[in-house]
Design a protein around this ligand. Structure first.
Ligand code: NAI
Ligand code: MG
Length: 490
């Protein structure tokens, strides 16, 4: 692995650091601020308004007012869609600056920000812009002389709480369906990475979104986040993050019985049969785990390889992992940047230690890179068994566990032996095995001979403790609507 750790001063303009409430930029009512940190240098980037319950209350009132009385819900659906297209165009016109802002705040390589996160975010907003005027109910032939039909109405004010791993893309995943449905928004970005979400709010203002439709309150989970969850004027919470936080949100939302959608973690099995194209499978295992510094909810962190091909597969995987270029996220050829913060860095390093002490074999990586910034070597463990903590817990870092199998039935049982169920993949040339696995694995997404293929039109979400509901596609849109049945006597 090669490492270049001197981070050049990037050309990044930061203009939005306050709360965005009812179309205006305002400091937190407490006057408090917090630092957002560059994870490549451990240095403060800037201070951000630290919103809490009072600011969330102001945002919820603004969003409620915009929903009940403003022009947004009355606007023709096609014109709502046109505004969303304008927002997507505006983001595209600033794509390089937004990519730099994302890389500065999150640490992901500039090539990923520019060529993965930003294009996917723009595509998502355009996809849902096209949906705005295609949301409709049905007519239903009930008994008697009646006209019965359903209407799909916006759910109201959507509270949206997102994590730090894909800050701008998660903003797009949340805003796209909410805006298309005609909802108004109170968003709480992650405390580690508020900058791009705040910038998008300014772009939305500039293209003409009415005041109060989008509100953003930066701050911490137990204060600003919990205030969204408990607020009586907010109808729904869409949350992405850790399952333990989702459990707290479920309890905190009980009094107001909010609609909840959750996109949580995973320990996704990536299964490689002996007949697979081994080059493609090794590449898929490599990308499926190391993408985004391993900070992906759907990371293929349990790689099951049919025993007869273990050595061949491992050789190919190790060649890829050991060549991965770790370093300055602003360098064009960097493939892996730092982990997002010290908490994540410490958590990952402790799992690497546990893997070693529990008897797994660390065959690649396993160490910090440099002594400044939260960089970790791409790490591969072999001789992993199902009970080791590196095989059961979500590590959320660049740590891949290789397990082996001999029997298909046993492998499927082991693949499903986790309380998560977000994603899975299978590599084989045998279509019967591929479809059998796809049908029997308990996961919301299954990739066959590929990994991490995302599209705004394809629903994404989890079985079991990986979540409730789906994001993206028509299902993601419906999660921002209520169905109303109207019956007319004729
Ligand atoms: P987290 O779930 O605590 O944070 C995600 C978001 O929820 C942030 O905006 C945070 O401020 C907010 N939040 C935290 N506590 C809250 C509360 N009581 N009420 C309302 N909102 C609250 O995740 P964290 O602490 O950043 O990461 C911990 C672990 O979670 C990671 O190591 C990883 O394993 C997992 N994770 C999974 C993600 C995924 O995409 N599925 C994303 C981020 C983390
Ligand atoms: Mg947390």
């Amino acid at each position: 692995m090669s490492a270049t750790l001197s981070t050049g001063t990037p050309d990044v303009q930061i203009t939005e650091t306050d709360c965005f409430i009812d179309g205006k930029w305002v400091p937190a009512s407490s006057g408090k601020t917090f630092a957002t940190v560059n994870p490549a240098t451990e240095e403060e980037i800037t201070q951000i308004a630290e919103g809490d319950a009072d600011d969330v209350d102001a945002a919820a009132k603004a969003a409620r007012h915009a929903f009940e009385n403003g022009e947004w819900p009355k606007m023709d659906a096609r014109d709502r869609g046109r505004l969303m297209y304008k927002l997507a165009d505006r983001i595209e016109s600033e794509i390089d600056a937004l990519a730099r802002l994302e890389t500065l705040d999150n640490g992901k390589p500039i090539g990923d920000s520019r060529n993965v996160d930003l294009p996917l975010a723009i595509d998502c907003i355009r996809y849902y812009a096209g949906y705005a005027d295609k949301i409709h109910g049905s007519t239903i032939p009930i008994r008697g002389n009646h006209l019965c039909y359903t209407r799909r109405e916006p759910i109201g004010v959507a509270g949206q709480i997102i994590p730090w791993n894909f800050p701008l893309l998660m903003t797009a995943w949340k805003w796209g369906p909410a805006l298309a449905a005609g909802c108004t928004i109170v968003m709480k970005p992650a405390e580690q990475t508020p900058l791009t979400c705040l910038r998008l709010a300014q772009l939305a203002k500039e293209v003409g979104f009415p005041d109060g439709v989008i509100n953003v309150i930066p701050g911490f989970g137990p204060t600003a986040g919990a205030a969204c969850v408990k607020h009586p004027l907010i109808d729904k919470i869409a949350f992405t993050g850790e399952h333990r936080t989702a459990q707290i949100i479920t309890r905190d939302s009980a009094d107001t019985l909010k609609r909840l959608t959750f996109e949580l973690g995973g320990k996704s099995p990536n299964v490689i049969f002996a007949d697979a194209d081994m080059d493609a499978a090794a590449q898929g295992a490599y990308v499926g785990l190391f993408l985004n510094q391993g900070q992906c909810c759907c990371a293929g962190s349990r790689v099951f390889v049919e025993s007869s091909k273990h050595d061949e597969f491992l050789d190919k995987l190790q060649k890829l992992a050991s060549k991965r270029k770790v370093g300055d996220p602003f360098a064009a050829d960097t493939e892996q940047g730092p982990q997002v913060d010290k908490d994540q860095f410490d958590k990952i390093m402790s799992y690497i230690d546990k893997g070693k002490s529990e008897g797994a074999n660390c065959v690649t990586g396993g160490n910090r890179v440099g002594d400044k910034g939260y960089f970790i070597e791409p790490t591969v463990f072999t001789d992993v068994n199902d009970e080791m903590s590196i095989a059961t817990d979500e590590i959320f870092g660049p740590v891949l566990s290789v397990l082996t199998f001999d029997d298909k039935e046993d492998m499927i049982r082991r693949a499903n032996n986790t309380f998560y169920g977000l994603a899975a993949a299978v590599w084989t040339r045998d279509i019967s095995i591929a479809h059998d696995f796809a049908a029997r694995v308990r996961a919301g997404t299954v990739w066959v001979n590929c990994y991490d293929v995302f599209d705004a039109a394809a629903p994404f979400g989890g079985f079991k403790m990986s979540g409730y509901g789906r994001e993206l596609g028509e299902e993601g849109l419906k999660a921002y609507t209520e169905s109303k049945t109207v019956t007319v006597a004729l």
